[in-house]
Every structure is written in structure tokens, then in C-alpha cells.
Design a protein around this ligand. Structure first.
Ligand code: FE2
Ligand code: FE2
Length: 276
């Protein structure tokens, strides 16, 4: 499963930043909140994997690491532009991004490289679950502004494509180390708690910045989006738990059939880009 770096650009209409999602302004703000984490988070992922690059002897994994770094860099670039649109619309994207940046800087200052890589594989597991949800559940991306949807589908396809790369690096460099399982599992628990707390606080902040995203009906819609029948939290809880199996590997959740969609997706992206 060798990922490929694709230099795609997305033209997101600025006037739709607050209501591009088909399920309304608060669901839009929730998804926008996730974008706040990506540029700084993905830079952290890149650095944590790059630290171990020299220790990798398998040429296939070396190539996959290069592609992983390339993909995350492209995602970061596009989410940077996305976050600028939020900021220009009066949403506190820069402030929240700065908080995440400072948190990650503090972690880098105190945590050893293996813990930093454990954070990366924990959050890559999360990203893989989010990506699988975006690609599997029709209602997540069915309605809405096509360029925004296209960006999220691209990110989801590539997250699926590279979901095991950081994990394979982890397995390579932690082989035979007795603390590997405990470190990976403990870091997942802390990372999940912290990530969910920050997403909740930031979603509230983002909802306040968009008058259309307020009110009970909006919160009900978001609750159904997350914990309803096909909601992310309900759907992803079990696969999230699988991470705690000692023999876990990301491709045990075999969703490689989505990768067959990538070429068609790129053609559709180019058509959309030409029309923009
Ligand atoms: Fe990414
Ligand atoms: Fe990723």
C-alpha cells in the first residue's frame, strides 16, 4: 500500500465558510473546527516520523514515509488556506490554532521521541476512523458546497491510503521493547481525552462566532450527526477500541476498496477546479 503525494489545490468559496455543510451551520462549524487542528497537527506528525527515518531499512517503508510526509504537507497547506477563510469571516481560527501549536511545542519540549511518535499513531488512528466515516456514510458528504466536500474527501482518501505508515514506523523502531504496548495504549487514552475535550471547547467557540450556528435545533442536528444512527462516535467506538488489542494493525480494518476511487476522484477534482 504505497501512498502517493498529490499536489491538489482547492478553491473554497469564502462566502460559504459558515454554512457549506448540507446539515447546517453548526455541523459546518464542527467540521471547520477539525480543520483548525490539521496544519499544526500534521507538522507535528511529520516531525515525529522524520525523527526515525534513518532507522528504517525497508526500502518500501522508506518510500511510504516520504509519501506520508508529502501528503501531510499538502494537507497542511490546503487547511492553512481553509483556516484563513475562517479567520477572515470572524471565526477565531488563528487563536485556536495558536493554542494547539503551543500545546504541541510544550509536548515536543518534554516528551521523548517515542512518545511523540505514539501521539502521532494515536491521532492517525483517529484520523483513519474519521476518514472511513466520511467515505462510508453517504449522508456525511451528500449535500453541501462541492469544493468543501471535495477537500474533505481528498483528505479522507489520502488518510486512508497512508493510515498504517506511522504505525509501521512505530513497529519497526519499537520492536522488542517491552514498554511499546503500554506506551501506545496509555498515549491513546490521554490523546483521545484531550482531543475530544479540545474539539468540544473549540466547537462551542466556533458556534459563538457564527450567529446562524446557535439554537437548540442546531445542537440537535449536531448530536444526531455525531451520535445518531450513522454518527461518528457511535460508529467508531468499537474500531477505536481495537487499537488496544496487543496485535492491532491499522489494515485489520480493511477499507482499501476506497483507494480504487482515488483516480476517479482526481478527475472529478480537476473538472471542478477547471470550472472554478
Ligand atoms: Fe492529513
Ligand atoms: Fe495522516
Amino acid at each position: 500500500m504505497l501512498p502517493i503525494r498529490r499536489d491538489l489545490r482547492f478553491t473554497l468559496p469564502a462566502e460559504r465558510i459558515g454554512d457549506w455543510h448540507g446539515r447546517g451551520p453548526l455541523v459546518t462549524q464542527f467540521v471547520n473546527t477539525l480543520s483548525v487542528f490539521f496544519p499544526v497537527g500534521e507538522r507535528f506528525f511529520i516531525q515525529s516520523v522524520r525523527h526515525y527515518r534513518e532507522q528504517i531499512r525497508d526500502p518500501e517503508l522508506q518510500k511510504a514515509v516520504t509519501a506520508f510526509i508529502g501528503q501531510e504537507a499538502m494537507h497542511g497547506r490546503e487547511h492553512e488556506d481553509y483556516n484563513d477563510l475562517m479567520q477572515a469571516a470572524g471565526m477565531p481560527a488563528a487563536e485556536l490554532e495558536d493554542q494547539v501549536r503551543r500545546l504541541l511545542e510544550r509536548i515536543k519540549a518534554v516528551a521523548p521521541p517515542s512518545t511523540q511518535l505514539a501521539i502521532t499513531i494515536a491521532l492517525e488512528h483517529y484520523t483513519a476512523l474519521l476518514a472511513d466515516w466520511v467515505l462510508s456514510v453517504d449522508s456525511v458528504t451528500r449535500d453541501g458546497e462541492p469544493n468543501y466536500i471535495s477537500l474533505w474527501r481528498w483528505h479522507s482518501l489520502e488518510e486512508t491510503e497512508h493510515k498504517a505508515v506511522a504505525y509501521d514506523v512505530w513497529q519497526t523502531v519499537m520492536k522488542g521493547k517491552p514498554r511499546a504496548y503500554a506506551e501506545r495504549a496509555a498515549v491513546q487514552l490521554v490523546a483521545t481525552s484531550l482531543f475530544m475535550l479540545l474539539v468540544a471547547i473549540y466547537t462551542v467557540r466556533m458556534s459563538r462566532a457564527n450567529p446562524k450556528a446557535r439554537g437548540l435545533a442546531q445542537w440537535r442536528e449536531l448530536a444526531s450527526f455525531l451520535i445518531g444512527r450513522d454518527g461518528f462516535l457511535r460508529r467508531s467506538f468499537r474500531p477505536w477500541l481495537d487499537y488496544f488489542k496487543p496485535g492491532f494493525h491499522p489494515w485489520q480494518h480493511d477499507n482499501r476498496h476506497f483507494l480504487a476511487e482515488i483516480d476517479g476522484f482526481v478527475r472529478e477534482h480537476d473538472r471542478l477546479a477547471a470550472a472554478a
